[in-house]
Write a protein that binds this ligand. Structure first.
Ligand SMILES: *Cc1c(COP(=O)(O)O)cnc(C)c1O
Length: 815
C-alpha cells in the first residue's frame, strides 16, 4: 500500500491528529516484530480478549511515529494519531478499498487443511513468473486477511491469499473485503467444524468466498462439496481434482509403486517423480498442478517446479555456531517477503552485534535498481555490523549498504576469504537464493557436526504455555522453570524466547545457571531455587533472587547483602514446607520468621511451596492437605509482614488439576515441553522435542552371526540390521538395549538389538521396507513418544531429557 495519513483517514472515516501528509506503506501490529519504521504505522488492535494499546509505548520506543488506535494517548509527543472507532473494522475497510483498487490477479484459498502449504507451494512456483504477494505465515482471519491484503503494491501482478474461518457468518464478512478471481477449495475436514451445526453449514459458509470468482478449483473427493459447488456455481468454470473417479484432474497410475506419478489433466498427461506418496501430499500436488495449468504454465515447467519443491520447509533454523555465534539459516529461497520474515526472526534475539550474508535475488523481472534499493533499505534499518554480498547483481549496489560491506562473486570466494570464521559472539543471518548454495556456509559456521540432533520447536513451547495460561485467570503470573539447562533443552535459547514472550519470572536451580543467563542478556527476574551459600555474593552481583528456606541461610544471605553495600531492600523468596519434606520453613517457625524479616532490609518478593504429588490422582487428599497448609501458613505470614508478596505453589500438573489454587503465580516446567500425566490434557499439548539421528550403515547379518559387544544378539535367519551413531554417551541408558527399547524408522518401530555401545547402537530393521543408509531414525518424538521412551528406560520424562548429553546438538526451529 501507499497512502498518506489523510487518504487513510478519508477511506476509513477516521480522525487525524498530527501530520496528515506522512506516507504510510506498512502497517505493523506487533510491536516486537517491527522490522522497519520507515513509512510504517503501528495499529493497536483491540479484540475481546486483548488490547493492543498497551504496546503503543513499545512501538513508539522502536521509532514509530504514526499510531492507529481507538484512543489517543496524550503522554506521547510528536506522534501522529489516526483515531478510529473500531480497530478491526478499520483494517477491514482499508483492506477492502485497497484490494478493490489494486490491479492484480487473485487466488483465494480456503478449506480445512492444506491452505498454508498450498499457498507456500504456489508462491514458490510462481514468484519468479509474476511479481507475487502472499499472506504471511498463516494470516487468514478477520485480522490476518486484511493485513495480508494491505501488502499489495503497484508492482504486484498476482496475489495468493489464505482465508480461514472458525465461526458462522465470518466468510460473508471476508468475502466482502476480498473476492478472488480464482477460488481454491482444499480438503474439507472436521478441523474447524466445532462451531457449526453441520458439515453442510460449514461447506455452505466456505464456498461463499467464491461468489464473485470466475474459476473454482476444488477437491471433488467430498460428495457434498462436489454437489454444492455444482448446484450453486453452475455458470462458473469449475475444475475438480482428487483421488476419486469423476474428478477432472486425477492420478492415473498406482501411487504405491516406485515410479513416476502420472496426472491426467483434460486430455493431457503430466508425469513426475514423487518422494512422498501420502494422500495429503499428493492431493495438494493435484491442486497445485491445476492452479498452475489455469495460470498458463507449460507442462515442462510445472514438472521442473514440482521437482524443485521437494525440500519445502517453511521454517528458519537457528543453530548454535562456533565462537558463541548464533546462525540463522534461511538458505532455501530469497525474495523480499522471506527477507522480511527472516529479519523479523532476527529481531527476536538481542545479540548486540549482527552480520548478514545476502545473495542476488534471482529470477525476478523487475528493475534491479529499485529492487536492491528496497533490499538495502530493509537491511540498513537493522543496523548490521557487517554485510557480505554474494553475486554479480547485488554487488553492483554495494554503496547502498551502510554497514561494513564486503562483496563476493560466489559463495566459494566468501569461504576462502576467511571473513566468516573471524566473527564471534554475533547473530549471523544467512539468506540466499538456492543456486548460491549458501548452506555450505552453515556447515562452516555450525558448532558441532553431528547427524544426531535434538530439535526443539519453540512454537510448540509457546502453544503449551498459552494452553496452560488459558486455564488461569488473566492476572495470574507465570514463572518458567529453566533449571538444569531448561530440562536439557538449552536454558539460554529457551529463556530468550520466553523473555520475548513476556514471561514474568524464570526459575533456575543454581546461581551459575542464572549468571549464564544474565551474561547473555536475559533481564527477566530470575529466582534461584537452591542457592548454595558460597554463591550469595554472585547472586547479588547479578541481580538474581534467592529462595530462602531456613534461618541459617536467611542469616547468611543477609550478611552477604550487608557486605555487598546494597542499600535497598533486597528481593528474596520464602519457601514454606507443606508436606514434601525437602526444604522450607514450617508452621511453628513463622512467628520468628516474620520477626526476623521485619528487622532486616529484605523484601519478601514471594512466598512459595512445592507439591509432591500433583500428578497423582490417587494422592489427591494429600495434595489438598498441602494446598491447605500453604493457604493457612502463607496468609499467616502475609498478615505478619503487613504487605502482600506473590503467592505460588502450582507446578505444571498442579495448574491442570488444582487450578483453583493458582494464587498469584504458577510455575510451569514439563507442561511447557508438552508432557502431561493426564491423557485429556496431553491431547491439547504439542510435542516440543524431537531426538533424531540417521542410519550410518545397514548390514545383512546371516543366520548364526552375532551383533555387538558380548554377542548378545544372534540372528536366527538373514536379518537386516542398521547401525546408528548414538550410544550411552549421548544419554541413552544401556539398559534399553537387547530389545527392551525401540526406535522409529519410516514410521515403524525398530527394536534395539545387542548391547548399546558408547557411541553407537544397532537396530533391527528387517521388517521395514525401503529402508536405506542415511534415513532418519527417531529416538523419540511421536513414535516412540517421549513417554514411551521413558517407559523403556523405566524412568520419567524429566530424567530422559536431562540425561541427553551436551554433545548432542540442539537446534531450535519455528514453524
Ligand atoms: C521444577 C520445579 C517446578 C516445575 O515442575 P513441573 O512438574 O516440571 O511443572 C515447579 N516448582 C519448583 C520449585 C520446581 O523445582
Amino acid at each position: 500500500m501507499n497512502y498518506t495519513v489523510q487518504e487513510i483517514a478519508g477511506i476509513t472515516n477516521a480522525q487525524v491528529i498530527g501530520n496528515k501528509d506522512i506516507v504510510i506503506k506498512n502497517i505493523a501490529f506487533d510491536s516486537r516484530i517491527i522490522y522497519s519504521t520507515k513509512n510504517t504505522a503501528f495499529i493497536a488492535i483491540n479484540t475481546p480478549k486483548n488490547s493492543g494499546e498497551k504496546f503503543i509505548e513499545s512501538a513508539i520506543d522502536r521509532g514509530i511515529n504514526v499510531i492507529i488506535s481507538e484512543h489517543q494517548h496524550q503522554q506521547f509527543e510528536n506522534i501522529t494519531w489516526i483515531v478510529v472507532e473500531n480497530s478491526v473494522e478499520f483494517l477491514q475497510k482499508l483492506a477492502k478499498y485497497h484490494f478493490e483498487h489494486s490491479h492484480l490477479q487473485s487466488i483465494g484459498i480456503t478449506g480445512s487443511n492444506g491452505k498454508t502449504i498450498l499457498k507456500e507451494w504456489l508462491y514458490q512456483c510462481l514468484w519468479n513468473e509474476f511479481p507475487t504477494v502472499k499472506s504471511p505465515k498463516s494470516f487468514n482471519s478477520q485480522i490476518g486477511l486484511p493485513l495480508s491484503l494491505l501488502q499489495i503494491n503497484d508492482s504486484h501482478k498476482l496475489g495468493i491469499f489464505e482465508v480461514g474461518i472458525s465461526n458462522p457468518h465470518e466468510m460473508e464478512k471476508l468475502e466482502n473485503i476480498f473476492h478472488p478471481e480464482i477460488g481454491l477449495l482444499t480438503h474439507i475436514g472436521t478441523a474447524h467444524a466445532a462451531n457449526f451445526q453441520s458439515e453442510e453449514e460449514l461447506i455452505d459458509e466456505k464456498i461463499t468466498l467464491f461468489k464473485d470468482s470466475k474459476v473454482i478449483i476444488y477437491n471433488g473427493d467430498h460428495p457434498l462439496v462436489d454437489q454444492k459447488i455444482k448446484e450453486l456455481y453452475s455458470s462458473k468454470k469449475l475444475i475438480s481434482y482428487g483421488f476419486k473417479d469423476g474428478n477432472q484432474v486425477f492420478i492415473k497410475n498406482n501411487i504405491s509403486r516406485e515410479e513416476n506419478i502420472i496426472v491426467e489433466y483434460g486430455n493431457e498427461e503430466i508425469s513426475f517423480p514423487v518422494h512422498q506418496r501420502d494422500e495429503a501430499t499428493l492431493t495438494n500436488a493435484l491442486a497445485l498442478i491445476t492452479v498452475l495449468k489455469e495460470l498458463g504454465i507449460e507442462n515442462e515447467k510445472i514438472v521442473e517446479k514440482i521437482n524443485a519443491l521437494k525440500a519445502v520447509e517453511m521454517r528458519l533454523e537457528a543453530i548454535e555456531g562456533i565462537k558463541g555465534n548464533i546462525v540463522i539459516n534461511d538458505s532455501f529461497n530469497l525474495d523480499l517477503d522471506s527477507l522480511k520474515t527472516a529479519l523479523q526472526f532476527l529481531n527476536e534475539y538481542n545479540k548486540p552485534q549482527k552480520s548478514l550474508v545476502l545473495t542476488d535475488i534471482v529470477g525476478v523481472n523487475s528493475n534491479s535498481q529499485e529492487l536492491y534499493e528496497e533490499v538495502s533499505e530493509l537491511v540498513n534499518e537493522q543496523k548490521f555490523d557487517t554485510v557480505f554480498l554474494i553475486g554479480d547483481e547485488i554487488t553492483k549496489f554495494e554503496e547502498l549498504f551502510k554497514a561494513a560491506t564486503f562483496t563476493f562473486i560466489n559463495t566459494q570466494e566468501l569461504i576462502e576469504s576467511k571473513h566468516l570464521t573471524e566473527i564471534n559472539n554475533q547473530i549471523i543471518l544467512l539468506k540466499g537464493a538456492r543456486k548460491f548454495e549458501i548452506e555450505k556456509l552453515k556447515d562452516i559456521l555450525e558448532l558441532r557436526k553431528h547427524d544426531t540432533v535434538l530439535e526443539i520447536n519453540l512454537n510448540a513451547i509457546l502453544h503449551n504455555i498459552n494452553y496452560h495460561k488459558s486455564l488461569l485467570k488473566p492476572t495470574t503470573k507465570m514463572m518458567a522453570m529453566v533449571k538444569a539447562n531448561a530440562y536439557g533443552l538449552g536454558s539460554y535459547e529457551i529463556s530468550e524466547f520466553l523473555q520475548h514472550h513476556h514471561i514474568d519470572y524464570l526459575g533456575v536451580a543454581y546461581a551459575d545457571e542464572g549468571v549464564e543467563l544474565r551474561k547473555k542478556g536475559i533481564t527477566t527476574p530470575i529466582v534461584v531455587m537452591n542457592p548454595e551459600q558460597h554463591s550469595y555474593k554472585t547472586i547479588i552481583e547479578y541481580n538474581l533472587e534467592p529462595e530462602l528456606y531456613s534461618f541459617r541461610v536467611l542469616e547468611l544471605f543477609y550478611e552477604a547483602v550487608q557486605k555487598s553495600g546494597y542499600d535497598k531492600k533486597y528481593p528474596i523468596h520464602i519457601k514454606l514446607e507443606t508436606g514434601m519434606h525437602r526444604l522450607g520453613f514450617k508452621g511453628p517457625e513463622l512467628d520468628e520468621l516474620s520477626e526476623t524479616l521485619l528487622h532486616k532490609n529484605l523484601k519478601v518478593q514471594s512466598i512459595l511451596s512445592h507439591l509432591s504429588s500433583s500428578d497423582m490422582p490417587e494422592e489427591k487428599d494429600f495434595t489438598l492437605q498441602q494446598l491447605n497448609i500453604f493457604d493457612k501458613n502463607s496468609s499467616y505470614l502475609v498478615g505478619k509482614l503487613g504487605y502482600r508478596p506473590i503467592l505460588h505453589i502450582l507446578n505444571s500438573s498442579g495448574i491442570t488439576s488444582y487450578t483453583d489454587h493458582q494464587h498469584d503465580m504458577v510455575r510451569i516446567g514439563i507442561g511447557m515441553i508438552g508432557e502431561s500425566p493426564n491423557s485429556e490434557i496431553q491431547k491439547q499439548l504439542r510435542s516440543v522435542v524431537s531426538f533424531k539421528t540417521v542410519i550410518s550403515q545397514i548390514s545383512s547379518v546371516e543366520n548364526g552371526e552375532s551383533v555387538g559387544y558380548s554377542r548378545k544378539f544372534k540372528a536366527d535367519h538373514t536379518t537386516k540390521i542398521a547401525t546408528i551413531p548414538v550410544g550411552y554417551a549421548d544419554g541413552i541408558p544401556r539398559l534399553i538395549g537387547n530389545q527392551i527399547g525401540s526406535l522409529g524408522v519410516n514410521k515403524n518401530l525398530a527394536p534395539i538389538v545387542g548391547n548399546i555401545c558408547m557411541d553407537m547402537m544397532m537396530i533391527n530393521v528387517d521388517h521395514i521396507a525401503n529402508v536405506k543408509e542415511g534415513d532418519t531414525v527417531v529416538i523419540f518424538n511421536a513414535h516412540p513418544s517421549l513417554k514411551e521412551f521413558a517407559s523403556y528406560c523405566k524412568t520419567i520424562t524429566y530424567e530422559v531429557l536431562t540425561s541427553i548429553s551436551p554433545r548432542v546438538k540442539r537446534i531450535y526451529i519455528k514453524d
